[in-house]
Design a protein around this ligand. Structure first.
Ligand code: ZN
Ligand code: ZN
Length: 153
């Protein structure tokens, strides 16, 4: 399991190997820290039910697609296509196939709507669906104060 969150003050990435306990994770770049509720929950299959950082139960899934890698692949394909002009179509087809392979080879990640923590390398419950703008907006436009408080379950 890998949890990827960030410093609320400077945005520096914070990586965790396990569900955090209540407290705070110090930022390695500035003197602030990311508060954690420590009330993360997993279901019987080990899939995430509740975010361990903020305690939120609204989660969505997404392909673990590294944008930088994707852009790099596209740049190489365009470069090759320009150099080997005669093979333009085969190179573009190969590029499309490569993209497709990458897409299916990549696993899903789970993301918390409230604190945007990313959870990787663990089973995903079928109850966790794709991104829903309506749920996102509920978190985006509500007052921020509840982010670090523990809510009773
Ligand atoms: Zn920081
Ligand atoms: Zn969260």
């Amino acid at each position: 399991m890998e949890i990827n969150t960030f410093c609320p003050s400077c945005g520096n990435g914070i990586f965790l190997k396990a569900m955090p306990s209540a407290g705070s994770i110090p930022c390695t770049r500035c003197d602030k820290s990311r508060e954690t509720t420590g009330n993360g929950e997993l279901d019987e299959k080990g899939a995430l039910k509740r975010c361990g950082i903020c305690g939120c139960k609204d989660l969505y899934r997404q392909k673990d697609f590294n944008t930088k890698l994707g852009l790099w692949v596209v740049a190489v394909i365009i470069g090759l296509a320009l150099i080997f002009n005669n093979y333009l179509i085969p190179i573009l087809v190969a590029g499309a196939v490569l993209d497709l392979i990458l897409y299916f080879a990549l696993g899903d990640i789970v993301i918390c709507y409230q604190c945007r923590a990313i959870y990787r390398g663990m089973p995903i419950s079928e109850k966790v669906e794709g991104f829903d703008l309506k749920i996102h907006d509920q978190y985006e436009f509500k007052p921020k104060k509840s982010e670090d408080t523990k809510e009773p379950s």
